[in-house]
Design a binder for this molecule. Structure first.
Ligand code: NAD
Length: 485
């Protein structure tokens, strides 16, 4: 019998499901059991061509609609997503293995927020009038054209919406390629947009590995590429986009610092560290995986952290009581277990976890290492799993210098009751998305993105509009033209 997660076909192009079984088969594995639940096929060159030519053509009429009309469609799509939140959350759980307890509140819901927010902004995209005596200049905010979105596997619905909603609001069309690990959810976003009234071809989904992503990025018809992925992939995609002088947004990896001063509320700081390391089993780009704790509260913090981490409920992700799910794939589990071994070998003190959980699926226990030093592998490399490194520090000056000593710069957080210090420390940290007495909140109203190797551009908020549109400037002369000859 066909599993309910099996989509009607692999791709969604020009308003309908499209299949081409000549592409490489991509198995979809449910991370909680290891069972294959669906199969899709990587896009063949013919599918890539169909998606790009369709999106190129559909963009022209879409950009000519008023912002109010485009916005209404996006807001209708948001309503449909919210009505179907339960089914979409179950599908997200099949796609990623994340517990339903999370997917019910974080995935289709945040996708709907993006559709609603950018739907609301669509009608407000205007230019300026710049008077110059009798002459004047006016500006127009125009669409870029055909945009490509490429997603990572940790938030497949959210990533499709974070890219698709602002792109469409500005009058662009999009071809979106989900991660080959989680191909299912973006298809539902495409289906819902059509149901909400989007013209066929403005949002298309094609499946495939890096090769298909590469074919999309290098096509001369494409005007912009927005990638969510790792730094090594980001470097390749950025370089390929530069060849064609395309616009880019790069949402890449991190190794973010979370700094806890000894005047902090311990339970809030522990809560922040848990949210910043163990949500989605640690598979979050902005995680605060280097937790710097001031020496005065170190042992108290570690004791409370171990106690609360012990309350995580590992189990069937479809059971709403489960609060901690498996790694997305067996491969990701093995990568993370390799880092855990490195942590032990290099002399970090294991506080809790440290093993594959004794159950079906790709579960790793939430793991905390203390006495981690800056040079250890687990403090330097992005692990993308539930492995928290706790490092000691003494002074503010020292911790800021150490926190910034990394190629990454996605996020940073600080817990302290001293507000002057909180703002000063955040001001000195090299990171794009920061938190004071909190961690990992990502409302659509706030810009999201990194500095240094963690990325270029911003998603969400009004900033995203700037990255999916461009300004045309028009000089208007009222008098005669003077010329030298
Ligand atoms: P990945 O870099 O392996 O893949 C990302 C996407 O790029 C996939 O769809 C993949 O098929 C595609 N791709 C790979 N090579 C390509 C190429 N040469 N040309 C075009 N496309 C190509 O990342 P992943 O393992 O799927 O996701 C985990 C990474 O994503 C982590 O580093 C994480 O930090 C990062 N991430 C960042 C954010 C953010 O917003 N900053 C959010 C989620 C995940």
């Amino acid at each position: 019998m066909t599993h309910p997660a099996q989509p009607e076909a692999s791709h969604f192009i020009n308003g309908e499901y499209v299949e081409d079984t000549a592409g490489t088969p991509i198995p979809v594995i449910y991370a909680a059991t290891g069972a294959q639940i669906a199969t899709v096929y990587a896009a063949t060159p013919a599918i890539v061509e169909l998606a790009l030519s369709t999106a190129k053509e559909a963009q022209k009429a879409w950009a000519k609609m008023t912002g109010t009309e485009r916005g209404r469609i996006l807001r209708r799509a948001a309503d449909i997503m919210r009505e179907r939140n339960h089914d979409l959350s179950v599908l997200e759980t099949y796609d990623t293995g994340k517990p339903l307890q999370e997917t019910l509140v974080a995935d289709a819901t945040s996708g709907a927020d993006a559709l609603e927010y950018f739907g609301g902004l669509a009608a407000s995209l205007t230019g300026e009038h710049i008077p110059l005596g009798e002459d004047w200049v006016y500006t127009k905010r125009e669409a870029l054209g055909l945009c490509v979105g490429i997603g990572a596997w940790n938030y497949p619905t959210q990533i499709a919406c974070w890219k698709g909603a602002p792109a469409l609001a500005c009058g662009n069309s999009m071809v979106f390629k989900p991660s080959e690990t989680t191909p299912l959810c973006a298809l539902k976003v495409a289906e819902i947009l059509i149901e909400a009234g989007a013209p066929a071809g403005v949002f298309n989904v094609v499946q495939g590995m890096g090769e298909v992503g590469g074919a999309l990025v290098t096509d001369p018809r494409v005007d912009k590429v927005s990638l969510t992925g790792s730094v090594p992939t980001g470097k390749k995609v950025y370089a390929a986009a530069a060849e064609g002088m395309k616009h880019v947004t790069m949402e890449l990896g991190g190794k973010s610092p979370l700094i806890i001063f000894d005047d902090a509320d311990i339970d809030n700081a522990v809560g922040g560290a848990i949210n910043g390391n163990f949500y989605s089993s640690g598979q979050v780009c902005s995680n605060g995986t280097r937790v710097f704790v001031q020496k005065g509260i170190k042992e108290k913090f570690l004791a409370r952290l171990a106690e609360r981490t012990g309350n995580a409920i590992l189990g069937d992700p479809m059971d709403e009581a489960t609060s901690f799910g498996p790694m997305v794939t067996e491969n990701q589990m093995n990568i993370v277990l390799g880092y855990v071994e490195k942590g032990k070998e290099e002399g970090a003190r294991l506080i809790c976890g440290g093993n594959r959980a004794d159950m079906d699926g790709y579960f790793i226990e939430p793991t905390v290492f203390a006495d981690v030093t800056d040079d250890m592998t687990i403090a330097r490399e992005e692990i993308f799993g539930p492995v928290m490194s706790v490092l000691d520090f003494e002074t503010e000056e020292e911790v800021v210098a150490r926190a910034n000593d990394t190629e990454f710069g996605l996020s940073a957080g600080v817990f302290t009751k001293d507000f002057t210090r909180a703002h000063r420390v955040i001001g000195n940290l090299e990171a794009g998305s920061c938190f004071i007495n909190s961690y990992n909140d990502a409302p659509v109203e706030a810009p999201f993105g990194g500095v240094k190797a963690s990325g270029v551009g911003r998603e969400n908020s009004k900033e995203a509009i700037k990255h999916f549109s461009q300004v045309k400037s028009v000089y208007v002369r009222m008098g005669d033209v003077e010329a030298a000859f």
